[in-house]
Ligand binder design. Structure first.
Ligand code: CA
Ligand code: CA
Ligand code: CA
Length: 318
């Protein structure tokens, strides 16, 4: 007779983790996430900065096309006159260079508000949009909410390029997205913001007027840009001091304010070294009004470190 076999202990698989094990796992995951989050956010940021830089390159290409079509790069300050008697000599010369057959004797409604008496003051950010894409579907000033639609290019009639009704049109040379238009000064002529999340400050544009030099339309350009957009005191220079040449000395500067939506001071910028944005004075005695602020503060320079431009690979100070 066989002896009854001893009872084997029954080994059951465990039903799950204990509470302490579960807590430990959660804590480890949280620590890992905390470690990885900045890296992930940083990667997102870099991708977005690269996207802005790529768009600035596309704007450069469009300006190249504008020059190929109209013979010069767009100005960054101009007064357009609906009443022909009101043209100032400098603005008239700019238009004549672009459209030699422009009719300076006839009235025209440029902003589409059914009058022909307006003076349209376009600053750098507005020139960037206007000269690459022409009058908007709607340019009437003071409209709230913004009613600025797609841009329609210029009339092919060389005497009336700003004619809004002409059917035969040229351009636009750049497809601005109406959703990214802003109109900070509420004059009906839009500025364009970069694709960074919730960006509100538009691209700045400074023209060297095809070798004529920055600021050739007098200090009004900088007074207005500061009044309307808190823009730079001057375009960026390649180094410290009033004799340092500007970046793109015969071309133009396009500047995104970056994530902080602030432009900063402008002027001296050195591309290498620890002090890329020096606080030393850059006052140019040639333009005492434009540079009445003696020197950039360190706070202003901080605003500039994330600016993205057409003369830097990404942000000014990585
Ligand atoms: Ca008008
Ligand atoms: Ca505007
Ligand atoms: Ca900035």
């Amino acid at each position: 007779m066989l002896a009854p076999s001893p009872r084997r202990p029954i080994i059951r698989p465990r039903a799950g983790f204990t509470l302490i094990e579960l807590l430990a796992v959660i804590i480890v995951i949280m620590i890992l996430m905390a470690l990885l989050a900045p890296a992930v956010m940083g990667a997102f940021r870099r991708v977005r900065i690269t996207a802005v830089r790529a768009e600035i390159s596309q704007l450069e290409t469009a300006i190249g096309k504008f020059k190929a079509t109209y013979g010069a790069e767009p100005p960054s300050m101009i007064l357009l006159q609906e009443n022909p008697a009101n043209w100032d000599a400098t603005s008239r010369a700019v238009i004549r260079q672009l459209w030699p057959q422009y009719d300076f004797t006839s009235s025209i409604d440029i902003n589409g508000n059914s009058t022909t008496t307006d003076t349209i003051t376009l600053t750098g950010p507005e020139c960037l949009v206007f000269f690459l894409s022409g009058p908007n579907v709607q340019n009437t000033p003071g409209t709230t909410p913004l009613n600025i639609g797609a841009c329609r290019g210029f009339s092919k009639n060389p005497a009336f390029p700003f004619d809004r009704t002409s059917v035969t049109r040229e351009g636009p040379l750049f497809e601005f997205l109406p959703s990214r238009f802003t109109d900070i000064d509420q004059d009906g002529f839009p500025e364009y913001v970069d694709p960074l999340p919730s960006q509100t400050a538009p691209y700045l544009y400074y023209s060297a007027y095809d070798g004529g030099g920055y600021n050739s339309l007098s200090n009004t350009e900088f007074t207005l840009i500061n009044t309307n957009f808190a823009g730079l005191i001057e375009p960026y220079r390649q180094g410290i001091g009033v004799n340092a040449p500007y970046f793109k000395p015969n071309g133009f500067q396009i500047i995104s304010p970056g994530y902080d939506k602030q432009y900063g001071f402008g002027g001296a910028y050195v591309t290498t070294g620890s002090s890329r944005l020096p606080t030393s004075p850059t006052v140019d005695p040639q333009y005492p009004n434009a540079f009445s602020t003696a020197a950039p503060t360190s706070g202003q320079r901080v605003f500039e470190s994330d600016n993205i431009t057409n003369f830097s690979e990404g942000t000014l100070a990585p």
